[in-house]
Ligand binder design. Structure first.
Ligand code: MN
Length: 428
């Protein structure tokens, strides 16, 4: 029986800063930890399902971390297959540029959709063989990267010409475009599959019904309108390795369709849930076991008072005085701190008071959140004031629209706005 052990991870966001603090030391610790787990669990293949880097133009320390990781992984585990996909944060072409070198090393990188000599989508080029400990192919991985709206129109035309009858009345053309691409890619995977081999898929996308962690993921393919239904992945896929959502979860009730989650909390709000990578075992072409490996928290996050609550200034200062901190930690391991305070009356020196309590102590204040407790009403009229920063861009658009027109913008206009927003956010 051909068996294979896969380690699925995603959303590393190398180069990220959290409220101005670089995460490189945490990422370095994570990558050391990951190498040890690959050895300990005798992993055959590693899939990194997108958002390797936090930005389109990663800082040099982030690039160095990534390439050093790949070199160390291949030196320690020469037969390890590594598959790397671009996510919406990555520059697809930048990630892919060194792929001739990487392919020689047994590292396969997919940034953009591969085209044949005529420029048409070549799904067979997405199919990557994964090998067991004897060097025999035990799985075929359809390495689908993040799909940008611009990847889809060409396909949309094909949908119109080739498979018009399959597109339901009122179906979303973007979703149908993605579905069509997956259909073709999976067919190419199936064609390559030999008996006993497992079919694996990847994706970097926002699935319908996924649990979001507030702000650190950008909704993609045009916001909620284009959350993808889980049935775009055929049931005969043994496993679907997803990236984009930072909270580990199965999708749509299918245990074999999973977000691995990010290895580090990428926003303070992501502190409460476990961060992990996923081990998956395949035998005879099927998923037979899986195990989540919890990533140690290299830097603790303290939230005062915690759980999304707000304290009075005096309660907060008290809690800060009582905070137990380890004086033996190196500076790069000092905990992050968020303090949330309700202000019933002005207290202009609050920040100075907080900083005075923390002075000389081994902790890093990332955020002092202040909530005003007044009604928010302006003097001139009685409409409750809303902080612009508290609104999602789409809400601002809706409000602006309603100021000039009756009713809500129609779905086509909202979709156009979402597409513009996505393209702007991608360049941030
Ligand atoms: Mn993403």
């Amino acid at each position: 029986m051909r068996s294979l052990r896969l380690l699925h991870t995603a959303d590393w966001h190398l180069g990220q800063t959290l409220h101005g603090v670089a995460r490189d030391p945490e990422h370095a610790r994570f990558l050391d930890w990951l190498l040890d787990r690959i050895g300990e669990h005798e992993v055959d293949a590693l899939v990194i399902a997108g958002d390797v880097f936090d930005g389109q133009n990663p800082p040099i320390p982030a690039l160095a971390l990534f390439y050093r990781f790949l070199a160390r992984a291949k030196r320690r585990f020469p037969r390890l297959d590594i598959v790397v996909l671009a996510g919406n944060h990555d520059s697809a072409s930048r990630l892919e540029a060194p792929s001739p070198l990487m392919t020689e090393m047994g590292v396969r990188v997919t940034g953009t959709l591969p085209g044949g000599p005529d420029g048409a989508f070549d799904p067979a080029a997405l199919v990557i063989p994964l090998h067991d400990r004897d060097g025999t192919v035990a799985a075929r991985c359809v390495a689908m990267p993040y799909l940008r709206p611009a990847d889809l129109p060409a396909i949309e035309n094909e949908v119109k010409e080739g498979a018009k009858e399959e597109v339901e009345e009122g179906a979303d053309p973007l979703i149908e475009g993605v579905r069509h691409l997956y259909d073709r890619a999976c067919a190419a995977g199936q064609a390559a599959l030999r008996p006993g081999e497992a079919l694996l898929l990847t994706g970097h996308c926002y699935m319908r019904g996924g649990a979001l962690s507030d702000l650190s993921e950008r909704k993609i393919l045009g916001g909620n309108l284009h959350a993808l239904p889980v049935d775009i992945f055929p049931e005969d896929a043994a496993y679907v390795a997803l990236g984009h959502l930072h909270r580990a979860q199965a999708v749509g009730g299918r245990e074999a369709v999973r977000y691995s989650g990010s290895p580090l909390p990428l926003a303070i709000d992501e502190e409460p849930y476990p961060h992990q990578v996923m081990l998956a075992d395949f035998a005879g072409g099927r998923l037979v076991a899986r195990e989540a490996l919890r990533v140690p928290r290299f830097v603790a996050i303290h939230r005062v008072p915690g759980n999304g609550r707000f304290a009075t200034p005096d309660e907060a200062l008290d809690a800060l005085r009582r905070l137990e901190l380890d004086p033996g930690l190196p500076r790069e391991a000092w905990p992050f701190l968020e303090v949330s305070v309700d202000l019933p009356e002005p207290r202009p020196a609050l920040r100075d008071e907080v900083e005075a309590v923390l002075a000389g102590r081994p902790v890093r204040l990332l955020r002092l959140a202040v909530r005003l407790t007044g009604s928010g009403e302006s003097l001139a009229d009685s409409a409750p004031a809303v902080e612009l920063a508290a609104l999602a861009p789409e809400d601002v658009f809706r409000r602006l629209y309603r100021r000039s027109h009756a009713g809500d913008p129609d779905p086509a206009l909202l979709a156009a706005f979402d597409e513009l927003l996505t393209s702007v956010q991608e360049t941030l």
